[in-house]
Design a protein around this ligand. Structure first.
Ligand code: NDP
Length: 414
């Protein structure tokens, strides 16, 4: 069927399989040690326990004259993805650690060369205002803590990088944006995919006209949930997470759809499926939604906390389609351009990426933007638009009716 050579396909698929297994096992947080070490990653320092799972720790190189980040919340994403990524940053460096577990902060501080004077707890966090090594605070806490720590960081006179979803609701987002403006500091949301070269390629394809007029977007994001792992426990608790699969994983599909189409939806509909396990009683286990665009395009998405890992994106145009699978993985996302003729379909995996690149690029982006006086790629307003859409999708699911999201061009407010 296809016009690509079978050897290309085997090579690409094989590489994806190896790195994908590593990534998936890191995400799962338990069984990846042997895989990681077989691929050359060092063993973690002793005594860090099951969580966080520090199997990608790397020493920093030159620390001088780089933009200093304080990392707040030393959980799975911070320890496995963000801390190691500083090793590949050109402009950013790790300057401080903030944790509720000071012993963990000390162990990581020893590993990364962070002195005791740059270790903070949540209680004494505000002292960071007097830490000249810290230029920005990167908040990697449960969602319910994003707003509070963002505002405290701005009060301390620091720039802020905040993880997705930006906050629990639009009101919190607005307070975060206002606090940044008052402090005269930048706010950036941790949309790492905006720094993934595969995503850039996909956006270029989507907007190039090569697939004709974009008509239908399909996005699916999901993962299994392990209720014995603390990283999932707060996600299952509404007061800490704000919601379930949609807040945590569906947000990738929402942001990706808007990014590909360069357009915001004007109406949403949604259904939350009844939970199949009591652990999901507080949050959405599986949700499906439809987003209607003024251009005539439609995006339908799903997110689930109870499926084998999935991260897919399909953009169907009038003359072809663009597919990403995986679309938002940590490693080796792929994009394929598919054109269907009478009997032939061709599909070309175009890129693979090195591990860590998107994280390092994201960390470097904030100091580059500040130095150049240019707008960050993922502003607070961008994060707030996704949170507003999430709220509208939940409202549509609970009411059983379409909800208008035609609230004007948020970009004009920046
Ligand atoms: P984890 O549970 O692994 O880490 C969260 C950390 O927050 C904990 O380890 C803990 O660190 C700290 N914390 C403070 N208060 C609490 C509390 N009440 N309950 C639990 N933890 C607490 O979560 P993740 O690292 O997976 O996620 C953190 C944030 O990062 C979320 O907002 C998530 O959406 C986002 N994320 C983004 C990803 C991306 O690709 N952009 C990927 C994964 C997550 P300590 O012990 O140091 O105090």
């Amino acid at each position: 069927m296809g016009s690509h050579s079978s050897s290309d396909k085997v090579t690409n698929t094989g590489r994806r399989h190896i790195i994908g297994a590593l990534g998936a096992s890191i995400l799962a947080g338990g069984a990846s040690q042997a895989v990681a070490q077989s691929l050359g990653f060092p063993a973690p320092p002793a005594g860090l326990g099951k969580r966080p799972y520090p199997n990608l720790l790397r020493p920093l190189s030159d620390k001088k004259r780089k933009f200093g980040y304080a990392i707040v919340g030393l959980g799975k994403y911070a320890v496995n993805q963000i801390l190691p990524a500083f090793a590949e940053c050109e402009h950013a460096r790790l300057a401080a650690l903030v944790s509720g577990d000071i012993e963990k902060a000390r162990r990581l501080g020893n590993h990364y060369g962070i002195e005791e004077s740059h270790l903070y707890t949540y209680d004494n966090f505000d002292k960071i205002a007097q830490d000249p090594d810290v230029d920005a605070v990167y908040i990697i806490l449960p969602n319910s803590l994003h707003a509070d720590f963002t505002i405290r960081s701005f009060r301390a006179g620091k720039h802020v990088m905040c993880e997705k979803p930006m906050a629990l609701n639009a009101e919190e987002c607005q307070r975060m944006i206002d606090a940044g403006k008052k402090a005269g500091k930048e706010l950036m949301i941790g949309y790492r995919c905006h720094f993934d070269p595969i995503t850039h390629k996909a956006v270029a394809l989507a907007r190039s006209g090569v697939i004709g007029t974009p008509q239908i977007i399909t996005t699916d994001n999901g993962d299994n949930t392990d209720p014995t792992d603390p990283t999932y426990q707060w996600r299952l608790t509404r007061s800490l997470s704000g919601g379930g699969a949609l807040m945590d994983l569906g947000i990738y599909g929402i942001n990706g759809s808007r990014y590909m189409l360069n357009e915001d939806p004007v109406e949403v509909q949604a259904t939350i499926m009844p939970p199949t396990d009591p652990m999901f009683r507080q949050i959405d286990e599986t949700i499906v939604w439809i987003m209607r665009y003024r251009s005539g395009a439609v995006a339908h998405g799903s997110a689930s906390f109870n499926v084998n890992a999935m991260s897919r994106f399909n953009l169907q145009g009038t003359k072809g389609s663009m597919r990403m699978d995986p679309a938002t993985s940590y490693w080796c996302n792929t994009v394929s351009l598919c054109k269907t003729g009478d009997t032939q379909t061709w599909s070309t995996p175009m890129f693979t990426i090195n591990e860590l690149n998107q994280f390092s690029a994201q960390l470097d982006h904030l100091p580059i933007s500040i130095a150049n006086g240019t707008r960050v790629a993922a502003t607070g307003e961008e994060g707030m638009q996704d949170v507003r859409l999430i709220q509208a999708i939940y409202k549509a699911a609970h009411s059983g009716r379409p909800v208008s999201t035609d609230w004007g061009d948020w970009r004009k407010t920046i």
